[in-house]
Every structure is written in structure tokens, then in C-alpha cells.
Design a protein around this ligand. Structure first.
Ligand SMILES: CC(C)[C@H](Cc1cn(Cc2ccc(C(=O)O)cc2)nn1)C(=O)N[C@@H](CCCCN)C(=O)O
Ligand SMILES: [Ca+2]
Ligand SMILES: [Zn+2]
Length: 302
């Protein structure tokens, strides 16, 4: 007997109704979405960091409180898979239909989400700094774009290439969730209107927005590998300067082309500027190429 595709529904982290692609086998229902080349499978770590079991139920309704994090992770993974396929004709993060694995309830009150090279992991947050981190589609897009970057430009996760790696994840977070805030739906549930990062105003969350504020931090874990989550404010601001002029449709094609065709593992901010200018020139001509040039010059990158 094998798993057969079916549909069901569940409640997300906000108690919101979401329809789900499930699979059924032997009278049990699983968070296994068989509608893409690569399966999308959502696991429950049950607050461990080592044992993961696929989320299942005896009916098609995933409506219990403990299932909410899995419902959002599963639903948003499907949304981001579709985004890359429908907008960029990229079949999963490797372009060859790799399966997508998500793990929720990772650790205890864990205030983070990450891609470990094989799967996306989401903590539940401590309820003050974060609510369960699978509750924001810009977070899922951020993590999955780390996987895309690994399989394309391979931007090394340190110093300027690492800050570009981070920025591309935030930028594709914008393309899936088009607002200039990052993680706003899961950051500080008790405070409205704030976020982890702002692309329009990086300084608001202590990120530089210009090269003359670049933070030369040590390339260590404590130094955030040379400040990759801090210095990403500079390319994020250049993106804001770009997309507000040319719009999302052109920007997402230019950014995808630069990431998948021109950028290399040790690219600097200046190399990224050149790759994006070339991508804009290739696709749309000199007006949009100049928009990119100006957007990066304004943050002090030439
Ligand atoms: C995507 C985003 C929602 C997520 C959020 C995040 C969480 N943290 C830790 C953290 C914890 C507490 C606070 C606080 O204000 O008290 C802020 C940040 N830092 N970033 C994030 O940015 N995770 C990193 C995880 C990187 C792990 C090392 N590879 C990433 O994916 O780049
Ligand atoms: Ca957002
Ligand atoms: Zn990241």
C-alpha cells in the first residue's frame, strides 16, 4: 500500500483556516504534499533537536493547537515551491525537484529558524521575542532561498558574500511577502508594527544602510561571520532603492538572473552591483540597468 494524494485543512499559528495537500495511507493522514515533483514533508520535533516524526492525524483536519506550526510550515513551503516554479521556472531549490523537508517545534522556546543544508527548522519562539517562526511566509521564503543560493551562486556565508547571501534571502522574502519588513508576523507578538529587519529603513533595527557604516566584525560565530545579518542592510537598502523605481515584476527577474547566472561564491557588494546591472541590461536594457547602478551608488557601492 502506498501513500495517495488527498486534500484536507488545518488551522495555522494565528488560528486561521488553511487548505492543505495531504497524503493518506492505512486510514491515517500525513503532512506529505505529493502535488510537486519533489514531495513536501513536514515533521514534528516535539521540542527535541534530534527526533522528527512526520506530522499525521486520523482525519484530514489538522486543527489541534500543537499542529498549528506544522500547518503553516507545510502551507508556506507549498507557496514558496510554487513561487519559484511559476515565476522563475525553477523546480525546487536545486532546480531538479528536490523534496522539501520542514521540521517544527524544534528545540525548547527556540527563538530562531534556519536551513541546515537539508531541511528548514522552526523554533516555537519564547512567546515574547518570537511566536512560532513558521507563522510568516517571508521566513519560509528566507530559509528556502538559502537553499537556492547554495545551489546557484554559492555565496560564502561570511563577510560581504555572506551579507549578500542574507540579503538575497530577505529580497526573495519580499517577493513572496511584498512588504519591506522581515519576520513582522512572528516577531514580538506583544508589539505590533515592529519586525526583525527593515529593508526600507535598515537603521531602524541597527543595520547599516550605507557603505560608510559597514561593520567590520570578526569572522566568528559571535561576530555573525563578519556581520552577515547586520551588513545585509546595505544591499537590502539598494534593493529598496531598486524595486521602488522599477517594480516587483522586473526586479524579481533581474535578481533571480544575477543569483542563478552571474554571481560567484566570493562576490563582493561591488560584484553584486555589476551582476545586477548586467542582468538588467540583458533582460530590459539600459534604463533599468541605470536604475540598478543608481540604487547601489546611493548606498556607497560602485
Ligand atoms: C529568518 C529570520 C526570521 C531568522 C530570525 C532570527 C532569529 N535570530 C536570533 C534572535 C534571537 C533573539 C533576538 C532578540 O531580539 O531578542 C533577535 C534574534 N536571528 N535571526 C533568521 O534570520 N535566522 C537566521 C539563522 C541563521 C543560523 C546560522 N546559519 C537565518 O536564517 O539567516
Ligand atoms: Ca514581511
Ligand atoms: Zn538567513
Amino acid at each position: 500500500i502506498e501513500k495517495v494524494a488527498t486534500t484536507g485543512y488545518g488551522y495555522g499559528n494565528k488560528g486561521d483556516y488553511k487548505s492543505l495537500n495531504l497524503s493518506a495511507e492505512n486510514g491515517k493522514y500525513y503532512l506529505t504534499d505529493l502535488t510537486h515533483t519533489g514531495d513536501i514533508e513536514t515533521y514534528d520535533a516535539k521540542n527535541t533537536e534530534t527526533n522528527f516524526t512526520i506530522m499525521s492525524d486520523y482525519d484530514k483536519a489538522f486543527t489541534s493547537t500543537s499542529q498549528r506550526a506544522g500547518v503553516d510550515a507545510h502551507y508556506y513551503a507549498d507557496q514558496v515551491y510554487d513561487y519559484y516554479k511559476n515565476t522563475h521556472n525553477r523546480d525546487s531549490y536545486d532546480g531538479k525537484g528536490a523534496p522539501l523537508y520542514s521540521v517544527v517545534h524544534f528545540g525548547s522556546n527556540y527563538n530562531n529558524a534556519f536551513w541546515n543544508g537539508e531541511a528548514m527548522f522552526y523554533g516555537d519562539g519564547d512567546g515574547r521575542t518570537f511566536s512560532p517562526l513558521s507563522g510568516a511566509n517571508d521566513v519560509i521564503a528566507h530559509e528556502l532561498t538559502h537553499a537556492v543560493t547554495e545551489h546557484t551562486a554559492g555565496l560564502v556565508y561570511e563577510n560581504q558574500p555572506g551579507a549578500l547571501n542574507e540579503s538575497f534571502s530577505d529580497v526573495f522574502g519580499y517577493f513572496v511577502d511584498p512588504d519591506f519588513l522581515m519576520g513582522e508576523d512572528v516577531y514580538t507578538p506583544g508589539v505590533s508594527g515592529d519586525a526583525l529587519r527593515s529593508m526600507s529603513n535598515p537603521e531602524q533595527y541597527n543595520q547599516p544602510a550605507h557603505m560608510n557604516q559597514y561593520r567590520s566584525l570578526p569572522n566568528t560565530n559571535d561576530g555573525d561571520h563578519g556581520g552577515v545579518h547586520i551588513n545585509s542592510g546595505i544591499p537590502n537598502k539598494a534593493f529598496y532603492n531598486t524595486v521602488t523605481v522599477m517594480g516587483k515584476q522586473k526586479a524579481e527577474k533581474i535578481y533571480y538572473r544575477a543569483l542563478s547566472y552571474y554571481l560567484t561564491p566570493n562576490a563582493s557588494f561591488s560584484d553584486a552591483r555589476a551582476a545586477l546591472i548586467q542582468s538588467a541590461q540583458d533582460l530590459y536594457g539600459s534604463t533599468d540597468a541605470n536604475t540598478i547602478a543608481n540604487a547601489w551608488s546611493k548606498v556607497g557601492v560602485y
